[in-house]
Design a protein around this ligand. Sequence first.
Ligand SMILES: Nc1ncnc2c1ncn2[C@@H]1O[C@H](COP(=O)(O)OP(=O)(O)OP(=O)(O)O)[C@@H](O)[C@H]1O
Ligand SMILES: [Mg+2]
Length: 1110
Amino acid sequence: MSKMEVKTSLLDNMIGVGDMVLLEPLSEETFIGNLRKRFEHNEIYTYIGSVVISMNPYKSLPIYTADKVEEYRNRNFYELSPHIYALADEAYRSLRDQDKDQCILITGESGAGKTEASKLVMSYVAAVCGKGQEVNKVKEQLLQSNPVLEAFGNAKTVRNDNSSRFGKYMDIEFDFKGDPLGGVISNYLLEKSRVVKQPRGERNFHIFYQLLSGASDDTLKKLKLDRDFSKYNYLSLDSATVNGLDDAANFRTVRNAMQIVGFMEDELQSVMELVAAVLKLGNIEFKPESRVNGFDESRVKDKNDLKEMCELLGIEQSVLERAFSYRTVEAKMEKVSTTLNVAQAYYARDALAKNLYSRMFSWLVTRINESIKAQTKSRKKVMGVLDIYGFEIFEDNSFEQFIINYCNEKLQQIFIELTLREEQEEYVREGIEWTNIEYFNNAIICDLIENNQNGILAMLDEECLRPGTVTDETFLDKLNTICAEHQHFESRLSKNSKFLTDHSLPHSCFRIQHYAGKVLYRVEGFVDKNNDLLYRDLSQAMYKANHSLMKLLFPEGNPAKVNLKRPPTAGFQFKASVGTLMKNLQTKNPNYIRCIKPNDKKASQVFTDSLVCHQVRYLGLMENVRVRRAGYAFRQAYEPCLERYKMLCKQTWPHWKGPAREGVEVLLKGLEVPEEEFAYGRSKIFIRNPRTLFFLEEKRRQCLEDLATLIQKIYRGWKCRTHFLLLKKSQVVVSAWYRRYAQQQKYKKIKSSSIVVQSFIRGWKARKILRELKYQKRCKEAVTTISAYWHGTQARRELKRLKEEARRKHAVAVIWAYWLGLKVRREYRKFFRANAGKKIYEFTIQKIMQKYFLGLKNTMPSMSPIDKTWPARPYLFLDGTHQELRRIFHLWRCKKYRSQFTEEKKAIYEEKLEASKIFKDKKALYPSSVGQPFKGDYLEINKNPKYQKLNSVMDEKVLLADVVNKINRANGKGAPRIFLLTKKKFVLADQKTGQVKASVPLPDLNSVSVSTQSDGFFALKLKEGTPSAAKGDFLLSSDRLIEIITKLHRTGAASAERETIGVDISDEFLVQFKQDKVCVKFIQAGPKNGNSVACKRKNNRLLEVSVPSP
Ligand SMILES: Nc1ncnc2c1ncn2[C@@H]1O[C@H](COP(=O)(O)OP(=O)(O)OP(=O)(O)O)[C@@H](O)[C@H]1O
Ligand SMILES: [Mg+2]
């Protein structure tokens, strides 16, 4: 906490005293008076040290708001006025920060506000612990378990409209950060007798009324229920509705809470079915039916309710009906069936109802535990909240009250033990001297009840297990003998004669002096309730039910698990569970809330002294205060003590530098507090008398006033000064800003003017420089021009001079040469005239000729006779020589060429030469034949066996053999024929067969006609009158026309006895076909006729051959 924060204390604005320890003087009157005073001012919480006394206000107070939670959050216990939140906060913080498991023990009688207190503690812890989706869900489930359990376990009693009829201990588990993880609820002994019977002015458990008033018509119909309470025997009617309790609304709350906790819809349905079944069960009535043996046997009177109940739970009706009329007793392998009379049947019915309900309640707790179970196995911190039924003293107290009061005795015991032990331990821890304080220890009463040998519970168990007739009376007799001497046991018939005449003690009762007062117990029903028997036939009938929850509730009904052993008695079970609880509580740090009821009327503002006084007494609160004060009334750690009172001493104000303990010592010495009034512990100062504390407080209050004035003064001064400083600072800032602004403006002005001035000066300077530069440039240009002119003049002058000089030199040289020439000529004139001229000429000519021949030798053309190149002549006078040399060279070259020919080759060339003579420049076909060698025999007739026959006909050497086309005069088309030529004849034969078609002796051949063009047509014209001419001339065509004609011509010329064969070259000639003469005309074909030669008959006398242009 910062030094400036004002510390508060429970001592501030106190009504009465907030802590009873400070009560002065301490007496019962002042104690009650203090409680009353505070109660009247709605201060319902008061401390005794760390114990909280809570008065039930019976009205809602505005002290549980979220703001209050925040106010108490993380504050010290004594810092604020007493509140249950302070205790919850203390417990939660020491759990979270110091890792101490806590338990909160809430005690008080019925209606004192325990359940409310437990809910306040839980809601406070839920509000201050961690948040988050998962954590919030856990919190919500933990909080919502309350309405569920209250609906099934609470009922209206004369003392409390919402009285818890079961004990509840809830462990809330936290993780290391203090976030809730889950919880475990333990329940203790539900007052199940209430299911079948309620005392006057009381009700059955809330859930019955809630179901009937809150469920929808539809649900009720399904459950076969009627909204009218009066229809049900088990519901008491005199207080069916309770003021301020809205059963219908609560039913919705409970349903909703069950869903939040995690009940499935079918589980909810099953629970409601069981509740309905209990109501139905109560309506089953019995009538006696006489048997032959004289005994009465019970029979179900009206079977409708029985039927409906069986339908609800899926039980076979006959089985249940039989179980209400007979009872099977099993003993040592024997089964005996006995009949039940009407009373026994009613007893069985009620036992079934009670068991059904209480087992369902236990199942609910188990089911809730399943839901709220922490999901982690890591170590958990635990805060236990115990809300157990309060001490009860009724007019008619039975086994339940006995059990409840026993439990309260045990709690009181643990309270005494732990409070004293803790107090004692603190003194020892702090090293303070401690003297024992007298108080009433109720261990003796606990012993009376729970002692294993002669305790009341042990004897009740013994009675229940004993063979023979056992009744409540035999049990009381036993108590009378065994407990007679006990100080706290009272009975009329006991050996202790002191009670013989006590008329307030009826015969069938015993009385126990509990720590909280005397309670008279009626023994009736003790044995039965302790036995808690349910006939096996019934449990077996229940087990057989076709209802999942019922099977779970009655496991002993399973025939496979028949157990002949008696189940443990109710008393035994309770004792055991209380024992476990006590052990559990002892391991935790206890926090006490002691609830007190201000009146019996559930009224606000009514404070009944006697009632409160009674509770104060039996709760041992006075002893509590005394124990607390016997040593020292008040204790506080040194640091907070010094912090609180340091203003009371100059040395400690405002700061104490040394250890806190020494500071406190200096402080107390300075205040002259008597030494016996306080003791210095190791970490705390102990103040014996509250007066001393008040003295300190009073001093502090006065001092605080002075301090307040001082603080005010200083604060005001500080405030004014701060304000002034702030103003000053602001003024400085403002003026600084203004100055800055003004200077900026001025600077800007100066800057702009200086820029203007600068620009003028710069302009002027620049212009001056420009002028100067221009002048310099002009000067330079002038100089250049002048020097150029001057240089020019110089150069021209020099040139002139040089030219003059050259001319003069040349003239001198010419003159000199002329003169020399003249001189030489004059000297050598006589020699020249005779020889020199001719000699020089000859020499020159010789030299030129030499050079010409040598040059010609190097530029000679090739040796090819057709090469026409010849170097150009160098001198005109050599023209004749040059041409002559060329001719000689060509002749010589031809001779050289010819000299390498053989005879054969020579013949071929001769033939070629002849061809040239005949055709050169006459027929266009000729140039293409120049390159072709004349082979002659193309068919190789003598070698080819195909022409063997033809060969044999030929008697001479074949000069030419080739295939030609014989032109048909009718259509101009050609037919292939073999053309053979020998020295004497030519033959035409069939190409395929070799058969001779015509054989013409050469002398019969008159002439040959060909065209001038590139075609291969030729006509062989025969001499008229010869035998060969009878058939007519031949018009043939062949690509080797040139060779054929040349060979024909040569052969003809070779035979001496005849003339040569004439060759006509003309584009139109006549051919004699048998009788007719036909004209063959050659024309140039247009480009569209293609490249082939076409012969067409135009008419009888004309064959037209179109030849492609070359
Ligand atoms: N702090 C409180 N503020 C307002 N009303 C309260 C407070 N405490 C208790 N009451 C009232 O007193 C009634 C009884 O309280 P509560 O049920 O807590 O008693 P109890 O001690 O649990 O009794 P029992 O032992 O019968 O269960 C409550 O229903 C409520 O009306
Ligand atoms: Mg209660």
